[in-house]
Write a protein that binds this ligand. Sequence first.
Ligand code: NAP
Length: 235
Amino acid sequence: MSISESRVVIIGGTSGIGLATAKLLVSRGSTVTITGRDQSRLERAIAELGESACGESVDAMDREALERLFDRKVWFDHIVLAASGGAGAGPFGSIASERLRSGFEAKFWAQWNAAQAAAPHLTPNGSITFITAASSRLANPGTSGLAAINGALERMVPTLARELAPLRVNAVSPGVVATPWWSDKSEEMFLGACRQTPLGRAGSPDELADAIAFLIGNTFVTGVVLDVDGGLHLT
Ligand SMILES: NC(=O)c1ccc[n+]([C@@H]2O[C@H](COP(=O)([O-])OP(=O)(O)OC[C@H]3O[C@@H](n4cnc5c(N)ncnc54)[C@H](OP(=O)(O)O)[C@@H]3O)[C@@H](O)[C@H]2O)c1
């Protein structure tokens, strides 16, 4: 099945990497359903994407809402899991366990629930693509919580790739990407992360979308965590 005939659901597709992926897939002929919680952002994104796209306001932390969404879709080919909470960073000695739990809820459990609820609706030659983060392996002080959340997702990928085959299961692990994810962080933090990146800059959402489209479209790649981070994982 070529990408041009595929039906793709993007959880967290109204902004940043998810929206860039939706645009790229629509330009290649896919039919795309995007989700996000904020209704007005959802409507803006659907309007930008045009008639090959539709969307629904669904909170990925709400398992029943996810199941209702997938029941309405009945069958689709690929799911991309781009939702993020952003919580979970902070020094080990002082981060409150509730804060880390909320980070797990917003990212690990949101992506896990969406993947599990979607799996029975995915066509056998389809795919699941998680979006994790370079923090899983960076060993940067103050990011043990993010390492745990994203590392947990990344470690599931090879096992799921075997367990769910012939469905393919992969992840893209971004470094610093210029998206609204950074809007509540300081400029100093953003620039510092760019400086740590061997390529010396942030990635663009389009560069991430290109990698996600590759994993969706290549029918012989499974069980892979693809670093798309300007070399950040090497530091
Ligand atoms: N940007 C970076 O530098 C970077 C680096 C490493 C990893 N990542 C990862 O890349 C992924 C995409 O991030 P991004 O940078 O594209 O962020 P973004 O621009 O903030 O987009 C996040 C998207 O997820 C949606 N979302 C968040 N929580 C949701 C929920 N509970 N249910 C449904 N939708 C939800 C948001 O819409 P609503 O808020 O309206 O729900 C939005 O569409 C995330 O997993 C993030 O952790 C990003």
